[in-house]
Design a protein around this ligand. Structure first.
Ligand SMILES: [Fe+2]
Length: 232
């Protein structure tokens, strides 16, 4: 595995740290009864600073010690899918380094630090979850040009915007839902938009990076995600 160069650390204002603190406090209160037990296990391992914005190098080192992954730099917008999966193949999880402005507390279309660290990184400390990441990455990189968008869509509707049923309750699973106060509340309230998760549905759903989604697919426990990707 290659060792990544230190990231140039963006400097943050006290307003930025305050946005972080408010987002963490608010979202923890919102999801505390509903986020799945696996998420909390990862959250505990991650040891996120709830007062100050995370430092990429520090968090990268922590992840490396825990599971052998590192953080790499993403542009301040979505990476092209093929670049995204090449990062993942190298065990590098791309993160952005900016935090939303206070006016965008409810919803930001672009993934910011809060999305990366609160939404994704707890999961990324869990070998069982990383096994699924590896499978989706392998599937994508082995797929034909025609099939690749379907696998990218599968990633989108599971790791980014999936819901999961655990202990009889529908819970947030995807990082985009866990990290968005607005879409978390919307997706939980609009149960008429919940559909049972299948590979077909996840591959053909309509991704909406700039708005709330029309449908959410409910994974029937983490076991289902493991079962459907078993031969990927
Ligand atoms: Fe994401």
């Amino acid at each position: 595995m290659t060792t990544l160069k230190s990231a140039p650390q963006r400097s943050y204002s006290e307003t930025d740290h305050d946005t972080w603190r408010r987002l963490v406090a608010r979202q923890l209160a919102l999801v505390k009864d509903l986020a799945p037990p696996m998420y909390w296990e990862g959250f505990e391992r991650l040891q996120l600073d709830q007062q100050r914005l995370p430092v990429q190098d520090v968090m990268s080192e922590r992840l490396n010690k825990l599971v052998g992954w590192q953080l790499s730099n993403a542009q301040d917008e979505y990476l092209k899918p093929v670049d995204w999966f090449i990062h993942l193949r190298e065990r590098h999880f791309p993160v952005t380094d900016y935090i939303r402005i206070p006016e965008d507390i409810e919803f930001t279309p672009l993934p910011d630090l809060f999305h990366e660290y609160f939404g994704h990184l707890a999961w990324m400390t869990l070998p069982r979850y990383l096994n699924i990441v590896d499978r989706i990455t392998r599937k994508y990189l082995a797929a034909s040009e025609e099939e690749r968008p379907l696998v990218a869509n599968f990633w989108w509707f599971t790791t980014e915007f999936g819901l999961i049923r655990e202990d009889g309750k529908v819970r947030p699973f995807g990082a985009g839902i866990l990290s968005s106060p607005g879409e978390f509340q919307y997706s939980m309230a609009h149960t008429e938009l919940h559909q049972p998760f299948t590979v077909e549905r996840a591959m053909h759903g309509t991704a909406k990076p700039y708005a709330f989604h029309d449908e959410y697919y409910v994974i029937d426990g983490f076991d289902q995600l493991e079962a459907v990707t078993a031969d990927w």
